[in-house]
Design a protein around this ligand. Sequence first.
Ligand SMILES: NC(=O)c1ccc[n+]([C@@H]2O[C@H](COP(=O)([O-])OP(=O)(O)OC[C@H]3O[C@@H](n4cnc5c(N)ncnc54)[C@H](OP(=O)(O)O)[C@@H]3O)[C@@H](O)[C@H]2O)c1
Length: 302
Amino acid sequence: MSVLFCFGLGYSGARLARRACRAGFRVLGTSRKEHARKEYKDVEVLSFDDEERVRWALDRTTHLVTCVPPHKTSETNNKKDKKDKDEEEAREDAVLARYGDALGKIPWLCYYSSLSVYGDHGGGEVDEETAPAFPLSVRGEKRLAAERAWQRLATRGGARLCVMRIAGIYGEGRNALLRVRDKKGKPFVESAGVFNRIHVDDLVEAVLCAARKRATGIFNICDDVPSLSHAPILYAAKLLGVEAPELVSVEEARTRGLLSEMALSFHGECKRAKNGKMRKELEVALRYADYRAGLIELAQRT
Ligand SMILES: NC(=O)c1ccc[n+]([C@@H]2O[C@H](COP(=O)([O-])OP(=O)(O)OC[C@H]3O[C@@H](n4cnc5c(N)ncnc54)[C@H](OP(=O)(O)O)[C@@H]3O)[C@@H](O)[C@H]2O)c1
């Protein structure tokens, strides 16, 4: 039986785990939250820190997916020696740091990365062959370092590695409709930058397609139509039949301290991601080709 192990049963990991159970996988995963470990019927949820059980499960895993992002703080960049740098990059990823030695023999590995690795392309198109535009944001640097660390691990162990460069994830429980409804007087940011997005159900489908094929390589996982950052907010307001919320410029958001540095850094990059490789090689048929299709369906559900 195929055994799928998911590190990080967060927003998208939890949905992948449940869908993979229905698709016939035996599914195990980790969470550091005790309450989350009790929420599942079919998924066997382990504590990330329970090394004995996690290692036992990894020995039986045929498909490994990791949704764990790189650590937020970094000490990497001062290291000059290449071997030191490789080791430091692996330490920045909690999964590699703790369980790296137990992963190399798993036949298929899938790393959740992000479109941030491309950096700012001034609105130009990016596909999987596009080189990063330096300098990258700290987020982008860390992702790229994590991708490299996973690639080294796969090469050493002879595993098949699939790297998913994911757009902004939305879906049930995390979407513009909720943000418009729940916002308590805070304005939204309006910028000239465009962004791709991906509905979590389409993301899950793409990962399952890749798992079935044991696909290798890098894939952009995103919708067909990049759009302005505030477009889903305005569309959500329209669907809800409420007044369009106040929008402020990035500069104003910075001056008034409305957004974190991390959130502001998203607005410093603009690119249009292409998903042709995902569609062709993984044979993913997107249910939600753009944010409008996703929001319409979500609005009907609520
Ligand atoms: N959200 C987006 O729009 C977006 C876009 C592109 C890429 N991504 C990336 O895609 C992945 C999944 O996204 P998501 O939105 O589903 O993330 P999420 O809800 O934040 O889930 C991340 C999971 O990683 C686990 N985790 C984080 N740090 C950990 C650590 N140090 N040790 C062990 N486990 C740790 C969390 O565990 P606990 O549940 O135990 O806290 C959580 O289950 C992430 O890597 C994210 O950065 C996200």
